[in-house]
Design a protein around this ligand. Structure first.
Ligand code: SF4
Length: 470
């Protein structure tokens, strides 16, 4: 593929779009630095993206198609969409100057396998407004579960193919994970891409060197990533480099063929506040940054996954580091959870971290459910998790100045001012829950609520201001 230096490229007139202010303020400036470097750092990613898909996304984002195209080409935005799934109902773009997106994880475990229940979770996640879904199944017939989810999934679908590779080796070949061959790992990746998965998590940045650093430094919670642990087990036993790192070009070939977006996973993400922003985490991020460059050179879209457990005062630093080290690649964080002490409420700890991360420029938030750290989520957990993270994403969008993001809030406040209850409920992020709460405890007077009853401040002040001044 022809390599084009972004900094020397003269954009066609159609592409000279003035990015919204928000898009400019979350860029961490490495573009300007490229003029001091010997080699170009911004290479065009050529995506054969259907114009109708881009039009649809541009309309829903309130940006021009040209802006979207330029951002995709520079790697600052990704459109996770397999070449086989161009016709899905709700394609999405993740990145610079766009609304913060939310992902919902579903999927079976070895202890609980019920395809019907996973499809119910999918339905609820979509109804609650998730932008993407990840199937993280590790129990049952993974192939058929994925097929069933793909069939019903109207938004981009992501997976972690190493789960399938490991489960197949253990379940069908009766070997241990450490006996998995490199081909078995890559065959699973290829199978997922061939099936139509839109983005895959690949823990390419877990290397022998970063594992050694982890051992030397020591951690409170060692490694909490399933994919990261599988790979470390394999690497330590075989005394070999991570195949996803060593044969990264093979991975890029597969991703390019199916136009699958790589989500470069953080296998060494901190699993507790004590381990946040430590040497292994940052070492892995530096390696991932280099892999982002290599993917861009090959025309493969990448985003970068992030932690995990991070104290609130380190969230901004983590966003800044990712944007700097990975040349503004879209950042996809799990939460982050800003305290370790709230099992049962981790959708809230994650939403606090998520709102802060989004406000500082994070592009994509993975939800966390109330079941986190305790069990596989229920359908109701999925709904709660999506809504909580959508609130975080929306709060972040207002803070980072995404155009018109506060219109929704103004609309709600206007209905609230005029005590228009039906409209308030329809406008709510979760109308069903709002209605349930209003209906379960009705006030004697229809136009107020039981919180203040006849002393309703809004009603009183409205009456006062309606009267002419004396
Ligand atoms: S009764 Fe109180 S809480 Fe309810 S709408 Fe009026 S001011 Fe608000």
């Amino acid at each position: 593929m022809e390599k084009v230096c972004f900094t020397r490229y003269i954009a066609p007139r159609s592409a000279r779009y003035i990015a919204p202010r928000s898009a400019r303020c979350i860029s961490y400036g490495s573009r300007d630095r490229s003029i001091f470097l010997d080699k170009p750092v911004y290479l065009f990613i050529i995506i054969k993206m259907d114009k109708t898909v881009l039009n649809k996304i541009a309309r829903s984002e309130g940006v021009s198609v040209e802006y979207l195209q330029e951002s995709i080409r520079s790697g600052e935005t990704v459109v996770p969409l397999n070449i086989k799934r161009r016709k899905i109902k709700k394609p999405t773009a993740i990145g610079k100057g766009l609304k913060t997106k939310v992902n919902a994880n579903i999927g079976s475990s070895p202890d609980q396998v019920d395809v019907g229940y996973e499809l119910e979770k999918l339905k609820v996640a979509l109804e609650a407004g998730t932008d993407t879904v990840m199937d993280l199944s590790t129990g049952g017939d993974l192939y058929n579960i994925r097929k069933a989810i793909l069939k019903k999934c109207s938004v981009p679908l992501g997976t972690v193919p190493i789960y399938q590779a490991c489960v197949d080796v253990v379940k069908f070949k009766h070997k241990s994970i450490v006996e998995m061959s490199v081909d078995e790992l890559f065959n699973a990746i290829e199978k997922h891409c061939e099936d139509g998965v839109d983005f895959i998590t690949v823990h390419c940045g877990v290397t022998l060197e970063s594992v050694e650093r982890l051992r030397e430094q020591g951690r409170l919670t060692d490694v909490v990533s399933r994919g990261g642990t599988f790979l470390i087990e394999w690497m330590v036993y075989n005394k070999k480099e991570n195949p996803l790192y060593e044969y990264y070009d093979r991975l890029l070939d597969i991703a390019k063929e199916y136009e699958v977006t790589l989500s470069l996973g953080d296998g060494l993400r901190p699993g507790s506040l004590a381990d946040a922003t430590d040497r292994p985490q940052i070492q892995e991020l530096i390696i991932i940054g280099e892999l982002v460059d290599r993917a861009r050179e090959r025309g493969v879209q990448t985003m970068v996954e992030g932690p995990g457990h991070i104290p609130l005062n380190e969230v901004a630093t983590n966003v800044m580091l990712e944007k700097k080290l990975c040349r503004n690649a879209p950042f996809y964080v799990l939460g982050p959870l800003v305290t370790d002490v709230a099992p049962g409420y981790d959708h809230i700890t994650a939403a606090i971290g998520g709102a802060s991360a989004a406000a500082y420029g994070t592009d994509f938030l993975c939800y966390v459910t109330p079941s986190e750290h305790l069990s596989l989520p229920t359908v109701e957990d999925v709904r709660e998790g999506v809504v909580a993270m959508r609130i975080a994403a929306h709060a972040g969008d207002i803070a980072k100045g995404i155009a018109n993001s506060d219109r929704w809030d103004h609309k709600m406040s206007n209905f609230r001012k005029h005590l228009k209850w039906d409209k308030m409920i329809k406008t709510a992020i979760d109308p069903k829950k709002a209605k349930e709460i209003r209906d379960r405890n009705p006030s004697k007077s229809k136009d107020v609520c039981t919180m203040c009853g006849e002393y309703c401040a809004i009603k009183h002040i409205g009456d006062i201001f309606k009267k002419p001044r004396r």
